[in-house]
Design a protein around this ligand. Structure first.
Ligand code: FE2
Length: 241
């Protein structure tokens, strides 16, 4: 059974070792490959290799910066519940860690993915405004499967696997890239396709969760995401009228 709440004293020496190993390894691996805003936000939220983040402290910090909060869940959330929490500026996160034998491959997200990968950027205003707006839009149309599927695709190609252009170089900001050594190399290297962000194309783009991605979308700024979401909302409301 996965824990449903974080009890800090339950973490074992192996948990601390897993966090430290992955943290140090990814930080090195992400050099020149990750968005500078991710690095600022990692510092702002004060994560480090020696301590598994304590959700009480993380929530205090997030509250000061953007008002977001982590809510502990045992496993990956159902789509409906995930989006409903987002609409309330709450990100559902696991609080358990993979074992040392599972460093490179895990079938479901653990807290290294949820906390290291997703949480720092929740302290960034433009990013978090976009994330909340996506949640609100999904919550509003939660019974319309087609709209939810489109929003899942948008989530996938931005929050999980998004790239951003900085000084004409491609940098990762998606948590699925940031928390994985292989995905970082695949996303930034030449083996995968990079496409300029195009919301209409993304909404129609099916994705797979069980392989490295073969195509990544590149944004110019987090503000661009918010702007496109407004355009998408206008389009779906016109269709629904
Ligand atoms: Fe994720």
């Amino acid at each position: 059974m996965r824990p449903t709440e974080q009890i800090y004293s339950n973490y074992t020496p192996e948990d601390f070792l897993v966090w430290k190993t992955l943290f140090n390894r990814q930080l090195k691996n992400l050099e020149n490959k990750v968005s500078s805003e991710f690095m600022y936000s990692l510092e702002r939220i004060e994560f480090n290799a020696d301590a598994i983040p304590d959700f009480v402290q993380v929530n205090k910090k997030l509250n000061t910066f953007t008002g977001w909060q982590l809510v502990t869940v045992p496993n990956i959330s159902e789509v409906d519940s995930f989006f409903k929490f987002l609409a309330q500026k709450k990100f559902t996160s696991t609080c358990w860690l993979r074992t040392m034998q599972q460093l490179d491959y895990l079938e479901e997200p653990d807290m290294f993915h949820d906390v290291f990968g997703h949480t720092p950027l929740l302290s960034n205003k433009s990013y978090s405004v976009f994330f909340e707006a996506m949640g609100k839009l999904a919550a509003k149309h939660i019974h319309q499967k087609e709209i939810i599927l489109k929003l899942q695709r948008l989530y996938w190609f931005t929050i999980e696997f998004g790239l951003i252009k900085e000084d004409n170089k491609l940098k990762a900001f998606g948590a699925g890239i940031i928390s994985s050594k292989e995905e970082t190399e695949n996303a930034i290297g030449n083996r995968s396709l990079k496409t300029d962000f195009d919301i209409d194309r993304i909404m129609e783009h099916d994705f797979r969760t069980d392989i490295l991605q073969n195509e990544y979308y590149v944004i110019d700024s987090f503000e661009q995401l918010g702007h496109c979401l407004k355009q998408f909302e206008k389009e779906i409301e016109e269709v629904l009228l």
